[in-house]
Design a binder for this molecule. Structure first.
Ligand code: ATP
Length: 788
């Protein structure tokens, strides 16, 4: 009405007012996204509003559009679901509903909307933006507002974040909540495995995914399932039962005591008939298996977000604010996504269209197209699953003269996914006809005892969720006795070697490569899969085991934070591992909302400790009692030889003037062990299979210039770009590395020369620098500095 128009602020033109909302199904991590948008928005000088209850809040306005203060999102990183609510709102699908919503936004002076939801929510948001000028025109024509009042609100800015447990958005590798849901599924299937094994049963586990098989596929890989059913790869109608029975029977014959079949709720056969858990169960009963169904249902949405989702949501939330500030009326609405390890922006509607085309392809029974429209990781992992689990009957074996003896060795401290990677490499080797050999107890084991063990299917069958190292690991490096190692390589006729380890593994690879001149037996392809909780292997941004470690730290930190809520106000100085690399500390600080983070890369000095104190006092001053969780300071174990964890705690305590207590907390070896996270299991499988393919491609037996698959893996770098090569000894000793949006094999010789800080046992590049900057913005440290 014209009267309410009087309250329209003129701020739109001067200061951005951003509204953030969650919509569609809830997913873990949505709260981290809202927290990041609110705090980054405030930091960049905007007003930020939360829209409660999804689009319903936009339609109703009033109390459902709430201006957010810095303190309002305190503690939200560790909360599951979405605290600002979500809803399915039929009225927003109608033009009158969207007009009403536009009126409410203009009344509050809001001109930008960050929507975190699925493809439905994002389609609605984009439609709202495209209609905006005409909606505003109508609001003037019907007298709701005057021309002057709407003048600053000519355009609406929309930025999309994908919050969905299904991971069903094309163009982005993962959506906020997907890895948390996968983690829940893996936890549940691990529990089920224990009882299934006890009774020698089969279990059919139904997981969410009405239109997308990501959860079912990844769960299948991470839980060592015998078979999966997904919508994108429809099973042949009337025939799938036979194949399912053949695979389960074969695995039983190999010695497995249980069977697991994962069924996506939207699984189909190729005539588009649903494949139900009941039908799968019937097929297994027909085989004579005692079979039960577990439908996981809403537990998959439950619980707090895993480290990956908190990280993803936090970085994407901050980028959403930046996108709002950078956008012009001509820019297409962006969607914030991720490719491998890099946060990206892409046109929202293109991604939505691509996502919808998967459904169209399925509807038209074009299943090859459906699967090809998912991201590349999806197809790669699907093919790996089929090779290692369904077609492990010899049908994919290479000709006899192309089969390899593949050595696998663990080097250094154990990290969580060593067994999972070894299992995947073994299964893939077996399906290709290679012989996988475990070098027992690292290089010193080989030197001292010469013991190697040929691994069989049943040896590795249950290694997918075992922490530690089943084949034994040792810190010793290869140079301890190169001659003896060469002797055993020769004796066992190794054609290639996969090393799993951290910096010692990296060093061993370098030594083996350097020893090629002296010991020609080392002229075989060799590859390192970085595996260390410290994530300090030069040249890569990800190491196996690091995700498990981060989850352990997130759970640990959540627990100690909460322990303070019942007692006095308390600060915890948490000491984390990482050697001379601050990655773990910086990441943990970012995803636990630490007040400050001390790393070896940034010097600790009195100024920074003084800033901590000021921030802690400020923080506690705003604590009204409703959220009295403890505050966290993270310190890497090697951050300083002077400012120890105890000293920092003592200095803070001394200066707290009894306003708050201080404790130290050292999680120690909890960080290394435990059950590998679902992300580590999936990544382990992906890297391991890629590495066996690398060995195949670089083996002398396999030089085949017409084989396109091999060409992809057989290259050297010339002026920074990849060039196919038949002979290049350096490129055949490499590290599998992820950098930004790329995975590649980097020659160890070049890495060692250009990217390694040998003394500090880490890379020269600090690829996580941004975590500290964003952490400082979101903890309020940057605000404080501005004020100072
Ligand atoms: P999920 O992946 O969890 O299903 P979603 O965002 O796809 O999430 P939807 O139920 O499709 O969930 O959409 C959520 C809300 O977004 C709807 O209730 C509706 O208010 C709005 N919405 C969805 N599609 C449209 C559309 N085409 N036009 C306008 N609004 C829409």
């Amino acid at each position: 009405t014209p009267s309410s128009a009087g309250s329209v602020p003129t701020g739109g033109a001067i200061k951005k007012k951003i509204a953030v909302m969650t919509s569609g199904g809830d997913s873990p991590g949505m709260n981290s996204a809202v927290r990041a948008v609110v705090r980054a928005g405030i930091y960049y000088g905007c007003d930020v509003y939360a829209v409660y209850e999804g689009y319903e809040g936009l339609l109703k306005g009033g109390d459902l559009l709430k201006k957010m203060e810095w303190q309002d999102v305190r503690g939200w990183l560790s909360e599951g679901g979405t605290l600002i609510g979500t809803a399915r709102c039929m009225e927003f699908r109608e033009r009158w509903g969207r007009k009403q919503a536009a009126g409410n936004l203009i009344r509050e002076g809001i001109d930008a909307l960050v929507v975190c939801g699925g493809d439905g929510s994002l389609t609605g948001a984009d439609l709202f933006r495209s209609e905006w000028p005409s909606l505003v025109k109508e609001l003037v024509e019907d007298g709701t507002f005057t021309e002057e009042q709407v003048e600053p609100y000519k355009n609406l800015t929309i930025v999309g974040l994908v919050g969905s447990i299904d991971n069903d958005m094309s163009g982005t590798d993962s959506t906020i909540g997907a890895y948390s849901a996968l983690e829940r599924i893996c936890e549940m299937v691990d529990y089920i495995d224990a009882t299934a094994k006890s009774h020698s049963r089969a279990f059919v586990v139904e997981v969410m995914g009405r239109h997308c098989g990501w959860l079912a596929l990844m769960a299948g890989i991470a839980t060592a399932a015998d078979y999966i059913f997904i919508p994108e790869r429809a099973a042949p109608s009337g025939e799938w039962q036979k194949e399912l029975q053949r695979v389960c029977q074969a695995h039983r014959e190999k010695g497995r005591r249980n069977n697991t079949v994962i069924v996506a709720e939207g699984a189909l056969d190729d005539k588009l008939n649903p494949i139900t858990s009941e039908q799968v169960k019937d097929a297994l009963i027909e085989l004579g298996l005692d079979t039960k169904i577990t439908t996981l249902g809403h537990v998959q949405r439950g619980g707090t977000a895993v480290a990956h989702d908190r990280w993803l949501a936090t970085l994407q939330g901050v980028d959403a604010v930046k996108a709002v500030l950078e956008m012009t009326p001509d820019t297409p609405s962006p969607l914030i996504g991720i490719l491998e390890n890099k946060i990206i922006r892409m046109p929202l509607m293109e991604s939505v269209k691509l996502t919808k085309s998967v459904a169209d392809a399925i509807e038209h029974k074009d299943f090859d197209k459906a699967i090809s429209l998912r991201d590349s990781e999806f197809i790669e992992l699907y093919e790996n699953f089929i090779s290692t689990t369904v077609k492990d009957d010899g049908s994919e074996r290479l000709p006899e003269d192309e089969r390899l003896n593949v050595a696998i060795v663990h080097v250094g401290a154990p990290s969580a996914a060593l067994n999972a990677a070894t299992r995947a490499a073994t299964l893939y080797c077996l399906s290709r006809g290679h012989k996988p050999y475990a070098i027992l107890n690292g290089f010193s084991g080989l030197i001292q005892t010469g013991e190697v063990k040929e691994l069989s299917w049943i040896d590795v069958e249950n290694w997918h969720n075992l922490g530690g190292s089943e084949i034994g690991t040792n810190r010793s490096v290869a140079s301890e006795d190169m001659g003896t190692i060469a002797y055993h390589f020769q004796k066992n006729k190794f054609d290639g070697v996969i090393i799993l380890g951290g910096f010692e593994g990296f060093k061993s690879l370098k030594e083996l490569r350097d020893a090629r001149a002296q010991y020609p037996i080392f002229n075989i392809p060799m590859v390192l899969i970085p595996s260390t909780v410290s994530n300090n292997v030069p040249g890569t941004e990800y190491s196996l085991g690091v995700d498990t470690c981060l989850n352990a730290l997130v759970n640990y930190t959540d627990a100690i934070k909460q322990s303070a809520s019942a007692s006095r106000r308390r600060v915890f100085v948490v000491e984390v591992q990482g050697g001379h690399s601050g990655y773990i500390a910086s990441f943990t600080g970012l995803v636990t909302g630490a007040v400050s983070v001390y790393t070896p890369e940034d010097q600790i000095d009195l100024k920074s400790i003084r800033e901590d104190l000021a921030l802690l006092k400020e923080n506690f001053r705003h604590d009204k009692g409703e959220n009295r969780n403890g505050k966290i300071v993270i310190r890497n174990e090697q951050a300083s030889s002077i400012y120890t964890t105890e000293l920092i705690a003592d200095i803070i305590a001394e200066n707290s003037k009894n306003k708050f207590g201080v404790r130290t907390a050292i999680p120690g070896h909890v960080q290394q062990g435990g059950v590998p996270s679902s992300k580590d299991r999936v990544t382990a499988s992906r890297y391991a299979v890629k590495c066996v393919k690398f060995l195949e491609a670089w083996n002398k037996k396999n030089v085949d210039e017409t084989n396109e698959d091999f060409k992809i893996l057989r290259f050297k770098y010339v002026n920074g770009s990849k060039v196919y090569t038949v002979h290049d000894e350096d490129s055949s000793a490499a590290v599998i590395a992820v950098n930004g949006s790329h995975i590649s094999f980097k020659p160890i010789a070049r890495l060692w020369k250009d990217e390694t800080n040998v003394e500090l046992r880490k890379g020269n590049e600090i690829h996580w620098q941004e975590f500290n900057k964003i952490g400082d913005i979101l903890s309020g440290r940057c605000n404080l500095r501005k004020e100072v």
